[in-house]
Design a protein around this ligand. Structure first.
Ligand code: MLT
Ligand code: MN
Ligand code: ZN
Length: 305
């Protein structure tokens, strides 16, 4: 199975349109070694011709246009993207659905909580009923059986509810409920090898650690280096935990957790533009590289046999 990183940035992208932080300015001016990144999305396939999109970012058209595998290659109107999984109902993961309105009726896999947000607070699914229409497939979070997607023989999906944040337009914004955010485990059934994917993860509890410890590849929340990264730079009013993201640094940070797992690849993804490790010459970047941890970039390809 293959996983393609379409967008490795958090909401806002890198550089962000209104941001003058060290990274965004450095990228525009060419004064730091780094690369631009679009907003959070990946895709997975077992045959390299049919793809499940995981999260639909506002940058989806740019992403589709820059990846050869997504070229329409059959008939007058067609796409290799056959289904969409959503891990939450945040803007950076869902508004790209509107850009798929010219296509066929779209199979969407998400939890009940996410569907409710996309019908009420941010009614994308209601709007799409006037265009392509969507078919909702409920992602179960209470069973360890997981789910499959029609047309994707050989791939198995498992979702677990994780701590994170529902978007500001969700009734659960300040009272998180299981299913507002999920982590996905995607397994290549032929080999039993798996990828753990959680772009928004506020806490690594024992349950989460158990799934992470079994994965061959971990793609996990790389949003913030430190808890007060945004406020310290004057770039925002919220801390990492208030936004539902576990920072990398600190004794209980993501790096400490990652160091316990045996996965052959450990990759930070959903990276906010303020994160110092985006500067490839930074001490923070050297630290993660020394730990064998990679930093996702747009176009990164991961193969799990
Ligand atoms: C987040 O995950 O916190 C987001 O990237 C927020 C957003 O999309 O605005
Ligand atoms: Mn996000
Ligand atoms: Zn910035």
């Amino acid at each position: 199975m293959k996983l393609l990183v379409l967008g490795s940035s958090a909401g806002g992208g890198f550089p962000q349109w209104n941001c003058n932080c060290r990274n965004c300015r450095g990228l525009r001016e060419g004064s730091i070694r780094t690369r631009a990144r679009t907003q959070s999305s990946v895709a997975v396939s077992n045959d390299s011709s049919n793809w499940v999109l995981i999260n639909a970012s506002p940058d989806i058209l740019t992403q589709i246009g820059s990846i050869e595998q997504f070229t329409p290659n059959d008939g007058i109107r067609n796409s290799p993207i056959k289904a969409v999984i959503l891990v939450d109902s945040q803007i950076d993961h869902t508004t790209g659905l509107l850009m798929l309105r010219e296509g066929d009726r779209l199979p969407i896999y998400c939890t009940e909580n996410v569907r409710e947000d996309l019908i009420a607070g941010n009614p994308i699914l209601r709007v799409l009923e006037s265009y392509c229409g969507t078919d909702w497939n409920r992602i179960p979070i209470e069973s360890s059986d997981g789910f499959t997607i029609s047309g994707f023989d050989g791939l198995h999906f498992h979702a677990m509810a994780v701590d994170g944040k529902a978007p500001p337009y969700s009734p659960h914004r300040d009272a998180h409920l299981p299913g507002d955010n999920i982590a996905l485990t995607i397994t290549n059934q032929a080999s039993g090898r798996s990828i753990f994917y959680a772009p928004g993860l506020a806490r690594v509890d024992d349950r989460v650690a158990q799934w992470m410890s079994r994965a061959d590849c971990i793609l996990v929340d790389g949003t913030f280096w430190s808890e007060d990264e945004m406020t310290r730079q004057g770039a925002g009013r919220k801390s990492a935990s208030e936004m539902g993201h576990l920072p990398q640094s600190g004794s209980d940070g993501m790096l400490t957790h990652l160091s316990r797992f045996q996965a052959s690849r450990k990759i930070l993804i959903h990276i906010n533009n303020t994160n110092p490790l985006l500067d490839e010459d930074s001490a923070e970047r050297r630290q993660v590289e020394r730990m064998g941890i990679e930093v996702a970039f747009d176009g990164m390809e991961i193969e799990i046999r």
